[in-house]
Design a protein around this ligand. Structure first.
Ligand SMILES: [Zn+2]
Length: 320
C-alpha cells in the first residue's frame, strides 16, 4: 500500500501494460475493431478518457486476453488518452488525468474542428473517426475519492434505457454534462434524442482500489450482454449467477451548491447518495448564509470532503 498526501486513500491499483494493443487494426493507435461478419450494432468500450482512471485499461486487457469477440455486429476496444496514462507516476497519481487539458471536454464539433491545439485535441482528432462509426458506447471512468459506483446516463430517454437494461451500478445519474465542454458520451448522435445511438459512462469508484477493475469488467460484460454481442456462456461464467438487480435509483441532478466564500462549513458529514428526507435541512453555512435542501428526499450526490471556495460543496438530485 502506498499512502501519501498525494493519494490519501492509497494506490492499490496500478496501470497495466497496454503496449501490446498499440498497433490495433484500424490505423488509429490503441483502437482495435473486431467484426463478426454478422449484422448487428457496432459497440465501443473505451478506457482512459482520463489517463489516471486505470480500471478501464484493466477491463480491456481482460477482454483482449480472453479473446472476447463479437458474435454479431462489431466491437471496438479503445484506449483514449494514452499520453496521459504513460505519464503516470504513483507518487503523484492524480497528475496524469490529462497532459494539457481534459480529453472529456472536447467533444463539440466547434472544438474538434477549431484552430486550437493540445496533446488531447490532437488525440481527439485522430480518435474521432473511430467514434463516428460507433452505434453504442460504454466509456469507463473512476473518481478521485472512495465513493459508490454509478452510471452517468445523460439526459436522453435512450441513455436512461441503456442504464436500466444494464441493471447495475445501482445509482444512475441523469445529468447534462459540463458547461466547459462536451463529454465523449454526449458527442454528436449520442446526445441527439432523434438518433438511436446510446452511450453511458460508468464511474467505477475510487481510481486506485483494486475493486475498480472488477467493476469495470462487470460493467463491460453487462453492456455487451444487453446487446447480445458476445457468447452468453462467457458472460455467465464471469458474471456468475448472482441475481441481477437490486432496484436502481435514477437521480436527476438539479444543480450544485457552490461554495462562495472561504468560510463554508458543512452542517455535518453527508454520505454520497444520502437521501435527506426533510425539505429545508441545513447543508451548511457559507460565511453565515444558510444553504438548505430545496425539496424533500433530496439526494446528496457527491459531497465534497473539504470546502474550497469556488468549488462545489455537493450536487443535489431528485429521485426519478
Ligand atoms: Zn473520468
Amino acid at each position: 500500500m502506498n499512502t501519501s498526501a498525494a493519494a490519501p486513500y492509497g494506490v492499490h491499483l496500478l496501470p497495466c501494460d497496454i503496449t501490446p494493443f498499440k498497433a490495433g487494426n484500424t490505423g488509429i493507435d490503441y483502437v482495435t475493431t473486431y467484426d463478426s461478419g454478422v449484422a448487428g450494432p457496432h459497440l465501443m468500450i473505451n478506457a482512459l478518457t482520463h489517463g489516471n482512471e486505470v480500471c478501464g485499461a484493466h477491463a480491456l486487457k481482460f477482454l483482449f486476453e480472453h479473446d472476447v469477440r463479437p458474435i454479431r455486429g462489431k466491437l471496438t476496444l479503445s484506449f483514449a488518452n494514452v499520453a496521459a496514462y504513460e505519464s503516470f507516476d504513483a507518487a503523484y497519481p492524480y497528475a496524469s488525468r490529462f497532459v494539457d487539458e481534459d480529453f472529456n471536454r472536447l467533444w463539440n464539433e466547434e472544438t474538434l474542428d477549431g484552430e486550437r491545439d493540445s496533446v488531447e485535441l490532437t488525440r481527439a482528432r485522430a480518435f474521432r473517426p473511430a467514434v463516428d462509426v460507433i452505434d453504442h458506447l460504454l466509456d469507463i471512468h473512476s473518481v478521485e475519492l472512495p465513493q459508490p459506483t454509478m452510471l452517468m446516463s445523460g439526459i436522453t430517454a435512450k441513455g436512461r434505457a441503456l442504464a436500466d437494461a444494464m441493471g447495475k451500478p445501482k445509482h444512475v445519474i441523469i445529468d447534462p454534462g459540463h458547461a466547459a465542454g462536451k463529454r465523449l458520451r454526449d458527442y454528436a448522435a449520442f446526445d441527439d434524442p432523434a438518433a438511436a445511438n446510446q452511450s453511458v459512462l460508468v464511474e467505477c469508484g475510487y481510481h486506485f482500489y483494486k475493486e475498480a477493475a472488477d467493476i469495470a469488467i462487470e460493467t463491460s460484460l453487462r453492456f455487451l450482454r444487453h446487446y447480445d454481442a458476445i457468447d452468453p456462456a462467457f458472460i455467465a461464467e464471469h458474471l456468475g449467477d448472482t441475481p441481477d438487480d437490486e432496484p436502481q435509483l435514477f437521480i436527476d441532478v438539479t444543480g450544485p451548491v457552490t461554495i462562495e466564500t472561504d468560510n463554508f462549513v458543512f452542517a455535518r458529514t453527508f454520505e454520497a447518495f444520502e437521501v435527506v428526507a426533510e425539505e429545508g435541512t441545513l447543508i451548511g453555512t457559507d460565511d453565515g448564509t444558510e444553504r438548505r435542501t430545496p425539496y424533500p428526499d433530496c439526494v446528496m450526490v457527491m459531497p465534497a470532503r473539504e470546502a474550497v471556495k469556488g468549488k462545489t460543496a455537493v450536487r443535489l438530485g431528485r429521485i426519478v
